[in-house]
Design a protein around this ligand. Structure first.
Ligand code: ZN
Length: 311
């Protein structure tokens, strides 16, 4: 007798505490961030990016990252990740005891030069040095690379897919254990997303494990769905859709955690997230960030009557 195969769950990694807050000028007090962290965990989130090890003079909003990691490590079953821009940041991540470090690499040469004053291949070389540092430290902190501007760039415009795939192979060769593709500027369309992820799976196999989409032009959830259809089961999202676009003031930011959770729940795909808890936390975060642009359809409309329970 055939038994229906269980639907593979989807992981929604919360990046609001890093991606979201870094693009907001005000600094959320550490106590509020810790409340957010604990409430997100209580709502079922099991992967949270809590901050970034960049110099505090560049991003004072994230200067308390080590403190957040220390508390996050006490939450059962939580995978704590931090963003790391270079070798020095990687050392700080290792010292903090984070479970994973996310290293950004821009697929656009123009973007990479403008933001880091390094070519993508110079960043790949730094990733190799970070892998060597991690190995020699004896830590098992996972190294994940997020390939940003993979679907287009505000400076360069079109980004060649073969260049994205070449860089993907290069970072895997340099020692990345997990890779993802990111549309940080909201240029991607769903057909492009499906096509590029399919090609990227041929390069990276199951090490390709993250989709990062922004809703800048209204295609965020469509792009999440397109990536899911070709096998992606892990997505970044920000509660209340914070983290707008620096090139389009007021524009939507990252896809909203609660809307991504709803997308999957509506299709019967488990995410382990508790909607009531997420929406309550969202209200709190929106209050803390009063005056900042926030987004999200479920927060406005509520869940439909037909949905009996959160997946
Ligand atoms: Zn983002």
């Amino acid at each position: 007798m055939d038994t229906p195969s269980p639907v593979t769950p989807v992981t929604v990694r919360e990046v609001g505490l890093r991606d979201g807050l870094q693009s907001i000028a005000r600094t959320l007090p550490t106590a509020h961030k810790l409340d957010w962290l604990r409430a997100a965990h209580a709502a079922g989130q099991r992967e949270i990016e809590v901050g970034s090890f960049v110099p505090a003079r560049l991003l004072p909003q994230l200067a308390d990252t080590a403190e957040l990691v220390a508390v996050a490590r006490t939450l059962p079953g939580l995978v704590t990740s931090v963003l790391v821009p270079n070798l020095k940041g990687a050392q700080a991540a290792l010292d903090s005891g984070a479970d994973a470090m996310l290293l950004p690499l821009s697929a656009s040469h123009a973007h990479s030069l403008a933001n880091l004053r390094k070519t993508p291949d110079e960043v790949v070389a730094e990733i190799g040095r970070i892998r060597a540092l991690r190995d020699s430290s004896g830590s098992c902190c996972l190294i994940e690379v997020g390939l940003s501007t993979a679907f287009g760039c505000t400076i360069q415009g079109r980004v060649d897919e073969t260049e994205v795939l070449r860089l993907l192979q290069a970072v895997l060769d340099a020692g990345a254990e997990r890779v993802g593709l990111a549309d940080t500027v909201g240029y991607a369309d769903p057909l492009q997303v499906g096509r590029l992820f399919e090609r990227a799976f041929k390069v990276a196999g199951d090490r390709l494990a993250c989709g990062h989409f922004h809703d800048t032009r209204g295609l965020g959830l469509a792009n999440v769905f397109a990536a899911w259809q070709v096998g992606v089961r892990r997505f970044d999202a920000c509660l209340a859709g914070i983290g707008g676009c620096p090139h389009a003031p007021g524009a939507s930011g990252n896809v909203a955690t609660e809307d991504v959770a709803y997308l999957f729940a509506s299709m019967g795909v488990p995410t382990g997230l508790d909607f009531d808890a997420l929406i309550a936390l969202r209200s709190q975060v929106v209050q803390w960030l009063a005056g900042e642009a926030t987004h999200g359809a479920i927060a406005r409309a509520g869940l439909p009557k037909t949905m009996k329970e959160a997946a």
